[in-house]
Design a protein around this ligand. Structure first.
Ligand code: SF4
Ligand code: SF4
Length: 449
């Protein structure tokens, strides 16, 4: 098999050409930013400000409740206009801090670069990353400091930086690698120190040769050749899944139910590496990110450096607004993203794309009965049996779904995409995963073995 091959997976139309060559542009000043007090990973935050308070850009405005979360910072300077429930991109009602910008972008005095980065201990680096609110920027918003805090017996020898960006349409990571390769390398070095390894590999799909070249040049000029390598892997969805990229780049296989550190690897996204460089070299917490605004339903697709918490509609308007009748707005890409209930939905630190599909493209089809063609089984990159998992989920047979490894589903969407009967396979499996997780938590609370 060529490098980057794995069993299953697909090569859907890439649809990246409308933005892959466009430089990142700055967002226009938003009319407001909405900072959610729920990180989407189950961690809530408690507000440190009150309605009417004046805040600075980069000022900490919310602290996590519990060890798992990270703080949030104000993306703008301005006035706290409201604290209360808002409709999120997931359709839920959650608490949020709404800030009206004053247009000054006055930076908070806490936002200073880290002077002595080279003399810091791994624990100190991890603590700075946590305080800066840095999370995985590929979508899930998993806190980076948790990934970097390894169990005492873990033997990790490599950092893998995920630059695959295998989702169709999205080009935010691609542009970061082309335009800010030095920051990718700088962030990579800091992350290496945080986990105590002297080897890192940046994995990039081979449909981004300009990114590979830019990174190679940056590695050479940072005299990091030999410690940081770039590996181009085959363009094949879901190459950007952690487990598949580890296999493609390092040849190591993560066993079902295990995490990357079990094979000596920690994985972070290129956006996360840049966020780390921004914190250490410019003093900035994670308050901005690149988002690709694209799709058949938007006039002028673009890669935009936006303030976290800007509404989808303001970013779409910066791109010339809708073309025709928008059918669906998705946060993320078409394979793993989620349709948002309204164009007013606020973006988050995990919003990598805003995909607007016109009515014709977003037509939904009535699911038909399974014809037992076996295509979903053949193409599942995790070697699962999606048709059967769907059946267990519909019948609410959670033990059976668990026994058939529902929790190993990476929610890549390949099965649903390829099913000729258009069955909602991934939705049913996600539902089963949530139920199995809830049952496990309840069992733990009861003290069951
Ligand atoms: S079952 Fe899960 S991992 Fe397998 S193809 Fe479907 S979504 Fe992807
Ligand atoms: S791809 Fe669809 S029709 Fe074919 S076996 Fe899977 S669920 Fe059934």
């Amino acid at each position: 098999m060529p490098r980057g091959s794995f069993r299953g997976g697909i090569h859907p139309p890439e649809n990246k050409s409308s933005t892959s060559g466009l430089p990142i542009v700055a967002a226009q000043r938003p009319s407001k930013v909405v900072v959610l007090l729920n990180m989407g990973t189950g961690s809530a935050l408690s507000s440190l400000v009150a309605k009417g308070d004046l805040v600075h850009k980069g000022q900490k405005i919310a602290d996590p409740i519990g060890r798992f979360g990270v703080p949030s910072h104000s993306p703008v300077s301005g006035k706290v206009a409201a604290i209360g429930a808002v409709r999120t991109g997931l359709g839920t009602m959650d608490q949020a801090i709404t800030i009206e910008p004053d247009g000054q972008d006055t930076l908070d005095e806490s936002c200073v670069p880290v002077e002595n980065a080279d003399s810091l201990s791994p624990a100190e680096i991890v603590s700075i990353i946590r305080e800066a609110g840095i999370v995985g920027m590929g979508g899930a918003q998993f806190p980076t400091h948790v990934k970097l805090t390894l169990p005492p017996n873990a033997k990790v020898d490599a950092l893998l930086i995920n630059g695959a960006e295998c989702e169709p349409y999205l080009t935010a990571d691609h542009r970061l690698m082309v335009e800010r390769p030095e920051d990718v390398v700088r962030g990579t070095r800091i992350l290496m120190k945080a986990i105590g390894v002297d080897r890192a590999v940046i994995g990039v799909e081979d449909n981004k040769p300009d990114a590979v070249e830019a990174l190679q040049r940056a590695i050479a000029s940072a005299a990091a050749a030999g410690t940081i390598d770039v590996v181009a892997v085959r363009t094949h969805y879901p190459q950007g899944s952690e487990k598949h990229l580890i296999k493609s780049v390092l040849g190591r296989e993560v066993a079902p139910g295990c995490l990357p550190f079990s094979v000596g690897v920690v994985v972070n996204n290129v956006g996360t590496a840049v966020a780390v460089a921004d914190r250490f070299d410019r003093g900035l917490p994670l308050i901005e990110r690149v988002v690709t605004v694209t799709g058949s339903g938007v006039a002028n697709p673009a890669n935009i450096m936006m303030k976290v918490g800007t509404s989808a509609i303001e970013l779409i308007e910066q791109c010339g607004g809708f073309v025709g009748d928008p059918g669906k707005i998705i946060f993320g890409g078409p394979m793993m993203g989620a349709a948002v209930p309204s164009a007013e939905a606020p973006t988050t630190r995990g919003t990598s794309g805003i995909l607007v599909l016109d009515r014709a493209e977003s037509r939904s089809f009535e699911p038909m009965p399974c014809i037992r063609c076996g295509r979903c089984v053949e193409l599942c990159p995790m070697r699962l049996e999606p048709a059967l998992l769907h059946q267990w989920s519909e019948a609410r047979l959670w033990s059976e779904a668990e026994a058939y490894h529902a929790l190993d589903c990476i929610e890549c969407g390949v099965c649903s995409y390829e099913c000729p009967s258009r069955r909602n396979l991934v939705q049913a499996i996600k539902y089963a995963k949530a139920e199995i997780g809830a049952r496990r938590r309840a069992a733990r609370e009861r003290g069951d073995k």
